[in-house]
Ligand binder design. Sequence first.
Ligand code: 13P
Ligand code: SF4
Length: 325
Amino acid sequence: MILLTNNREDSPVDLLPEIERLKQELNAVVLAHYYQTDEIQDVADFIGDSLDLSRKAAETDADVIVFCGVHFMAETAKVLSPQKTVLLPDLQAGCSLADSAPPEEFKAFVDAHPDHLVVNYVNTSAAVKALSDYCVTSSNAVKLVSGLPSDKPIIFGPDKFLGDWVMRETGRDLLLWQGSCEVHEMFSEQKIAEMKAEHPAAKVLVHPECPLPVRALGDVIGSTRILLEAVQNGDANGEYIVVTEPGIIHKMKQAAPEAIFHMAPAEIAGSEDGSCTSCNTCPHMRRNTLEKLYLCMKNQTPEIHLDPAIIERARLPIERMLQVG
Ligand code: 13P
Ligand code: SF4
């Protein structure tokens, strides 16, 4: 039993049955990203990577989408289902990548290169998506960019590391916006190499938001779903070094209870041994809690609202993203 005690109600609230009751009452679906806390993942109706969550948001027949993820994900759900109520447990749950591309600055960049196609990672605000020809996630960026006309120059934003990965995988020359994820850029190449030497049988699973020297150590590089699938399809007694946000370990452990998982540390200048095992946790994703999930369903706020003109313009690049597997 998980109780909410610091509330204004007379008696403590038992959160799990209350969330289930509110799902029925509101005809709500709870979507959660793999980077959410274990308890949020356990109460969610669907857990996925950015692409799968967008697909679920597009096809659900629920009246209310409760998005346990970050702001840009909830915005994407709102663009795809503008008639639905989209709730985000904590409105401050942002993303350093999305923040690295302010719409006015990104528009100036696009205007300066009018002959370029504009491809943006889904980790962008709806206003930046509205300036894009295509959106991609780390699941389908390589496939989508490979299929673009070879005579067209391409802007790719906002993640310079993901963009570099796509460039190398596709052989296309991309004009990169210089954004990065504050979590994935911190992983320590040196510490991962040491871990690898200590655990030579371990497979290294790396998210493509990491810089090249870290990606170079990876056996599997891909979105959170691809990394999870590597465990699901791997040896039940396997060993893994996981180089992404540790929330994903919850599902990995369920898929392979006997497997061994090592969380890759981040590099922190000034810390005792130069590393930090909790700095790889996304502070934005972790703003959502079970209590905030319950309260947002109970009060039906915070809700995502978007300018209808932005919804109109952001829809096509997102729909193009959904068409690529
Ligand atoms: P994916 O779940 O698409 O791999 O994205 C990771 C991420 O950083 C989400 O913000
Ligand atoms: Fe954004 Fe990085 Fe957090 Fe993902 S892990 S939400 S890219 S800050």
